[in-house]
Design a binder for this molecule. Sequence first.
Ligand SMILES: [Zn+2]
Ligand SMILES: [Zn+2]
Length: 77
Amino acid sequence: MAERGTCKSADCEKPVVGKGYCAPHYRKWKQGELPKARYKTCVEENCLGRQVARARCAKHAGIEIPVAAEAAAAPSA
Ligand SMILES: [Zn+2]
Ligand SMILES: [Zn+2]
């Protein structure tokens, strides 16, 4: 069957093109504009960072990014 189902977005009956979404919704999904993104996004406005703690991205949660921290931190003791 060629039937691949319809978009899983609410009230959308368009044919699926990827990840269960139709073309326009799939594009939105990739841009992180849908509630069901690839991952939960930071609750801060206009931030699409991935949630790591307290519903916020590392930046907004105040968590140091290990890579940057390692590069900057020389052994001082
Ligand atoms: Zn759709
Ligand atoms: Zn954030």
